[in-house]
Design a protein around this ligand. Structure first.
Ligand code: NI
Length: 279
């Protein structure tokens, strides 16, 4: 089953050889590719922000994608794709004809992130994508308030306010990448990131107490990995206090390993530096 719409998306073949087929697709609002099966793994790079509506034969899923965002999918995907945005969008699709050892990595990525995969461990991903946006200077006060609320439970553990509680968020929204997640019109969680030359540093992940324990922290870490890949980087890094054992365990569960412990200062205590290579 496919969409009944008949406005065709327009393919523009840019390269077709033994290794790759590269196609630019232009979609008017409401345009569809038509039902198709992917014989090869493929990458998509969005040239505009927009909403892709995916029909997999039984279910319809809307995925909000940002300009420049990329994702990959394994061979065997069958679907119809519609531009559900109120404006035209375009993306470049790169099909990999000789996937070879790529195949395993694409399968892993797909399992972690695919909104099309029924095995996705983040059923919230579509809602999260829809609620995510980049913070602006006008968000600084809300970012500070949520972070202070999220970290307040650690004050008795540390005997002081954790570093994120006292950070300068006017500076953070200006100099770092801060993405905020709104759910039901409310700021639910945020992630502050700092891209470096060869890795992305996660400065702060904070989930509002009302939303804790529901997978939003993990989803924001997955979002950070997507951003890292889209920047062409292959390593995630973060650090946390050695006393925030719950956080260290969470990061270990999602693939981070401890690189070293370091006495930050007598006041701030010992930090645990962790990293995760991206496949
Ligand atoms: Ni497709």
């Amino acid at each position: 089953m496919a969409f009944t719409c008949t406005i065709p998306a327009v393919p523009n073949l840019q390269q077709d050889d033994a290794m790759l087929r590269i196609t630019r697709w232009d979609f008017e609002p409401g345009a569809v590719t038509g039902w198709h099966e992917h014989g090869w793994p493929y990458f998509v790079i969005m040239l505009e922000a927009g909403t892709l509506r995916l029909h997999n034969g039984t279910e319809i899923t809307d995925v909000l994608l940002t300009k420049g965002q990329s994702y990959m999918r394994p061979a065997g995907i069958k679907h119809d794709v519609m531009n559900a945005s109120p404006h035209a969008i375009s993306f470049v699709e790169i099909e990999v004809k000789q996937a070879g050892q790529f195949a395993g990595m694409i399968a892993v990525q797909d399992q972690l992130l695919s909104p099309e995969s029924p095995a996705s461990p983040h059923p919230l991903t579509d809602a999260i994508r829809a609620g995510l946006r980049r913070a602006t200077p006008a968000d600084a006060a809300a970012v500070r308030d949520l972070t202070r609320a999220a970290y307040a439970k650690w004050v008795p553990v540390l005997g002081r306010e954790p570093k994120p509680m006292t950070a300068d968020y006017d500076m953070a929204v200006r100099d770092h990448v801060v993405d905020v997640l709104h759910l039901d019109g409310e700021l639910a969680a945020l992630i502050e990131m700092q891209p470096e030359a060869n890795h992305l540093l996660i400065v702060n992940v904070a989930v509002s107490p009302a939303y804790q324990g529901r997978g939003y922290g993990r989803a924001l870490l997955a979002h950070a990995e997507e951003l890292t890949r889209s920047l062409g980087l292959r390593e995630m890094r973060l650090y946390t206090s050695v006393h925030l054992t719950e956080n260290v365990k969470l990061y270990e569960r999602v693939g981070y390993k401890v690189d070293r412990e370091e006495e930050a200062s007598p006041h701030l205590g010992v930090f645990v530096h962790m990293s995760k290579p991206l496949l």
